[in-house]
Design a protein around this ligand. Structure first.
Ligand SMILES: NC(=O)c1ccc[n+]([C@@H]2O[C@H](COP(=O)([O-])OP(=O)(O)OC[C@H]3O[C@@H](n4cnc5c(N)ncnc54)[C@H](O)[C@@H]3O)[C@@H](O)[C@H]2O)c1
Length: 285
């Protein structure tokens, strides 16, 4: 099984990035969204990213032009997916939405077309449940910004066909990604470790163990993390992390993931981090 034709569903933050790296690696890419303006904007963003790459001397002009030519947009789901070897969904993080979308996709694609989800926390098995040929469902967890972040976390559920997983791993390598393979379990590897560290850092701040700056420096300088856990929580959004922490605490039955009181209070005040200008740090304009 070789993956050459790609359909990306949802042209937001992640969707446009996935489309970009696939087009740059030589694949034909269809980018679909319910909103036509979003599709146009997403293709514009890909173009801008590649233009920047050209300016910096990292992308050859001919490669940019070829990638842009391989990428096309659509607001017709059947037409966008009909020829695809893999369909990757990057729609909002809601189980019902993803299930409903894959049901529609499954009715128009070949039965060996891979159905991949970019979910950062939902169960792959639950997304696959009830679909025809659930063995072709796999998690492809990319990171933001997709064209810069090296990691691709591949998540298989119990019934994922090993041949599908291997084809997707090879595809990930062709995109220039470093792949890790993780069993379908709450938070996979990345969110489980990252959120656990973030929650503990907030508890330490709450207990007055050290300032936010010094807690972050502990991990940056002491453990060579590129960014401290509190600053990272600001970048991701406290509301997003609160949601994931609550989910993981329940699913893993582990209070270490329980969002601390300080975090709940900050979210209630609208201090969500970078996107609202204030979190553990100030984020001016
Ligand atoms: N943003 C991140 O840093 C990040 C990182 C890793 C994984 N993820 C995951 O990726 C997925 C997408 O996140 P995002 O940040 O790109 O979201 P986003 O809100 O930026 O984009 C979602 C897009 O999906 C579209 N959409 C909504 N319903 C749709 C439907 N039924 N059919 C087609 N398109 C539809 C919206 O118009 C929007 O353009 C989520 O599952 C999220 O958890 C996000």
């Amino acid at each position: 099984m070789q993956i050459q034709r790609v359909a990306v569903i949802g042209a937001g933050t992640m969707g446009h990035g996935i489309a970009q790296v696939a087009a740059m690696s030589g694949q034909q890419v269809r980018l679909y969204d319910v909103d036509g303006q979003v599709v146009d904007r997403a293709i514009g963003r890909v173009r801008q990213n590649l233009d920047k790459g050209v300016e910096k001397g990292k992308v050859a002009t001919a490669d940019r032009d070829a990638a842009v030519a391989r990428l096309s947009g659509s607001t017709d789901l059947s037409e966008a997916c009909a020829e695809a070897d893999i369909v990757i969904e990057a729609v909002p993080e809601r189980l019902d939405l993803k299930q409903d979308l894959f049901r529609k996709v499954a009715s128009v694609v070949r039965e060996d077309c891979v159905l991949a989800t970019n979910t950062s926390s939902l169960s792959i098995a639950r997304i696959a449940r009830g679909l025809p040929h659930p063995a072709r469902v796999v998690g492809t967890h990319f990171f933001n910004p997709v064209h810069i972040m090296q990691l691709l976390e591949l998540v298989h559920h119990e019934g994922t066909d090993p041949a599908v997983l291997e084809a997707v791993r090879l595809w990930g390598v062709a995109l220039g990604k470093e792949c890790i393979v993780v069993r379908d379990s709450p938070g996979f590897a990345t969110s489980r470790l990252g959120v656990c560290l973030g929650m503990e850092a907030i508890r330490m701040l709450e207990e007055g163990v050290a300032s936010a700056e010094d807690i972050d420096k502990a991990m940056v300088l002491g453990y060579r993390h590129p960014v401290g856990p509190l600053r990272l929580t600001d970048l991701v959004g406290l509301d997003v992390r609160l949601h994931i922490g609550t989910y993981l605490a329940t699913e893993l039955k582990n209070p270490a993931f329980e969002p601390p009181r300080l975090m709940r209070e900050m979210v209630a005040r609208g201090e969500l981090g970078q996107k609202t200008g204030k979190g553990f740090y100030a984020w001016p304009g």
